[in-house]
Write a protein that binds this ligand. Structure first.
Ligand code: FE
Length: 203
């Protein structure tokens, strides 16, 4: 178990969101970010236990890292068995990488006359898979842990500080939005910077 993979991913995302792409090819950030996240979730040997604990009901959203300029953040979502989210949006781009277990994302579109939200594509994620969410294309969805007998974990990357932005849950029948700010479950972030073991070993 090593947090090195997460530290390297954060470095790569920092270059991607702060470098030559800065003004501001979102499509390129999302495309390259999805590849980086796929590489991260290909291995399940780095997420600290403290950020992998399943709550008894519902889900935990643990902040692993937020960029100092809030250009991106990394969050571990731990879903208790059969847990699901309300139907919600994000107000920024998002990447969902499946680390452990399995989840579905059900997308919704707005009915042009009634305004109701109509269920559309159902995306099922297995470990290593990455889903892309872009508001311009439509990012209203509901996420469900497909496993009824065990937790699942996905790693989410967003184009901002997702826990601290005003966004919406929706009443599906009427399409009525309700403002919410999700916050984070954990009070302390994992320490990605204690590299003393490798330094002592001469690495
Ligand atoms: Fe979401």
């Amino acid at each position: 178990m090593s947090i090195d993979r997460l530290r390297r991913f954060i470095g790569d995302m920092t270059s991607l969101t702060g470098g030559a792409w800065q003004d501001k090819d979102e499509a390129a950030i999302v495309e390259v970010g999805a590849k980086l996240l796929a590489e991260l979730v290909k291995h399940d040997d780095w997420l600290p236990e403290s950020a992998a604990k399943s709550p008894p009901h519902g889900y935990a959203q643990n902040l692993l890292w937020c960029d100092p300029f809030e250009r991106f953040c990394v969050v571990s979502f731990v879903w208790s068995p059969s847990a699901n989210t309300p139907v919600h949006d994000h107000q920024m781009w998002g990447l969902v990488g499946m680390l452990r277990g399995s989840e579905t994302s059900l997308s919704f579109t707005r009915h042009p006359e009634t305004g109701a939200l109509v269920p559309g594509k159902l995306t099922k994620l297995a470990p290593g898979d990455v889903e892309v969410l872009v508001p311009a294309i439509g990012d209203i969805h509901q996420v469900t842990n497909t496993l009824a007998d065990q937790p699942s974990i996905s790693i989410h990357v967003y184009g901002g500080n997702i826990g601290a932005v005003r966004r919406h849950t929706f009443d599906v029948k009427t399409g009525q939005p309700n403002l919410f700010v999700s916050g984070y479950t954990n009070k302390e972030q994992p320490n990605i910077w204690d590299r003393s073991v490798e330094v002592r070993a001469g690495g």
